[in-house]
Design a protein around this ligand. Structure first.
Ligand code: FES
Ligand SMILES: [Fe+2]
Length: 376
């Protein structure tokens, strides 16, 4: 065992590990990870010069696309008196506040006009900015780089994370689902192997009686961990079908990467399936799963979607039930090895915050490959 956790059978939340700070943030701190890209809305939601609102990490946003095709994201609040800018007008270049008509360049959020000023006024209009955030469109989403109010943008901002694809042409499909939970619960639900046979009972997937011992290899990767490339369990129909199609072995690799991303790649011969689920904090009591899958299998999207939808719906129903219980702040447990990925998530989150605090490199909670054992 190479990870930094002791092998206690049950870890009461808030009692043992050094990840406590991340798991139980103080009331003022919602436990969000800033300075990362988050998907805000689907690209198609912005039509023409329409302004669209969204909320990420408890920040209200107004989004749009300029006439020359650049998506933008501003804080949905006029710096004059705080009325949401989304009640104003957008002419394809500038957003005009609906209250006193101040105008802001959409891409820089710099104020370009204050109609009430006379030639006597000395106010430097160009020094006034509305709140704004880096914004990029990718894989059918408008991504926003969320920085905390009052902090500067990091010196370099990476590109918004692309979904890996492995051929020129492919099919792509998107699904969305809201969960009435803190993002941490959403993420550990996503990386939870033990709920499968109970929550995802389906004729096409598996039944609770198919539960069996598993042994999976994990390895550390930058800002995350990987379930190493392996041949998935033979008892699920989709893998059997894939094997039949190509006659070649099926392999799968699953990554978790901070702040919120599960990536899965399945390959068999020339055929591939690549999916990404992100869990994005909307408020501290609400998060959203955005699921996107691309593939080159000869199967129409209309066939794949209902299965993915059913899966998400099953997770959502469970999380709604869980939220009912969490209202009363029960003590929770994380057990080895089935909950080890959840422990890694909390430890990674704590390590990231610590590295940002000290300016030192992130100390990864895993110091090498680890094999985990569970039944699912
Ligand atoms: S509140 Fe926006 S211009 Fe006054
Ligand atoms: Fe699930």
């Amino acid at each position: 065992m190479n990870d930094s956790f002791s092998n206690v059978a049950a870890l009461p939340v808030g009692a043992v590990s050094d990840a406590d700070a991340a798991r139980n943030p103080p009331a003022s701190d919602a436990g969000f990870l800033w300075d990362f890209w988050y998907p805000a809305i689907r690209s198609g939601e912005i039509r023409g010069r329409q302004l669209v609102t969204a909320m990420l990490l408890e920040i209200p946003l107004v989004l749009g696309r300029t006439d020359d095709g650049h998506a933008f994201a501003m804080r949905d609040s006029c710096p004059h008196r705080g009325i949401p800018l989304s009640y104003g007008r957008f002419d394809g270049e500038a957003v005009e506040c609906g209250y006193h008509g101040w105008r802001f360049d959409a891409c820089t959020a710099r104020c370009i006009a204050i109609p009430s000023l006379t030639s006597q006024d000395k106010l430097k209009v160009e020094r006034i900015f509305a709140g704004h955030f880096p914004c990029e469109e990718r894989d059918g989403y408008v991504w926003v780089f969320m920085t905390q109010a009052g902090t500067r943008l990091p010196a370099t901002i990476p590109a918004a994370p692309p979904l890996p694809v492995f051929s020129k042409s492919y099919k792509i499909t998107h699904l969305v689902c809201e969960l009435p939970s803190h993002v941490d619960q959403g993420i550990i639900g996503l990386m939870d192997p033990a709920h499968g046979p109970f929550v995802h009972k389906s004729w096409f997937w598996r039944s609770r009686h198919s539960i069996h011992a598993k042994e999976k290899q994990f390895e550390p990767i930058e800002n995350g961990f990987r379930m190493s490339t392996h041949t998935p369990s033979a008892n699920s129909a989709p893998y059997k079908l894939l094997r039949k199609m190509t006659g070649e072995a099926v392999t799968t690799t699953i990554d978790f990467v901070l702040p919120n991303m599960r990536l899965e790649e399945i390959h068999s011969g020339k055929l591939w399936f690549s999916s990404r689920a992100t869990v994005t904090p909307v408020r501290r009591d609400l998060c959203r799963i955005d699921f996107v899958a691309a593939y080159n299998l000869p199967i129409p999207v209309a066939v794949v979607r209902p299965f993915a939808k059913k899966f998400l719906r099953q997770d959502q129903e469970t999380m709604i039930q869980q939220a009912e219980g969490l209202k009363y702040h029960p003590k929770l447990m994380l057990i080895d090895d089935a909950d080890r990925q959840a422990k890694w998530y909390f430890a990674l989150k704590a390590a990231l915050l610590e590295s940002r605090r000290t300016g030192k490199p992130l100390v990864h909670p895993m110091d090498g490959p680890v094999t985990l054992y569970w039944r699912s």
